[in-house]
Design a protein around this ligand. Sequence first.
Ligand code: GRF
Length: 204
Amino acid sequence: MENKPVHIAVFLSGGGSNLQALIDGYKAGILSGKITFVVSNKRKAFGLKRAEKEQIETAVFKVKDYESDTAAGVDLLEKLEERNIDYIALAGYLQLLPELVVKAYRNRIVNIHPALLPKFGGKGMYGLHVHKAVLEAGETESGATVHLVDEFYDNGKILEQMNVNVMKDDTAETLAARVLEKEHKLYPRALEKLIKGKYELKNG
Ligand code: GRF
């Protein structure tokens, strides 16, 4: 893969500030892979607008438009392979990827989560729900986690984490904002390390 450009697809459901951090990371030379495809399950996701502004190809893809997870996977895989996508980065994507895609891209799909996994992850743990749960549990620390993606929510190998202190007067919103700042630093760097083979990974 020495001279071949690395192509990254980003999947999102919302605002896409992490997509922006990856785009900016590429422009700054922190990330060597280029984001060439942005996919959302929400037609109105602001992240799609960010992609269009950067002249990155976009697509709307919804598993529920297909008769099965397999049928969705076949179609999505074809789209990804046609575009020579090497890595997938989930950035606020509130769906599971079809199993076929997870298998085909094993160890090449990452996600960013706004807490210190394995705590405060899993189905339903997204957005402010995560930060509310952290505050309710009386944690003194939270943070951001980049992990590999497998067939379950927030479950794959943890690659990188950054800690954030929880302040006494934090609300879910203030904590979310401080964690998000760390996410933007962490994500391009962790993805670059993965691309450069810096993590020890199991096969298959
Ligand atoms: C981030 O907090 C990320 O950790 C989580 O979803 C949020 C997405 O934010 N998976 P944005 O759309 O990237 O701004």
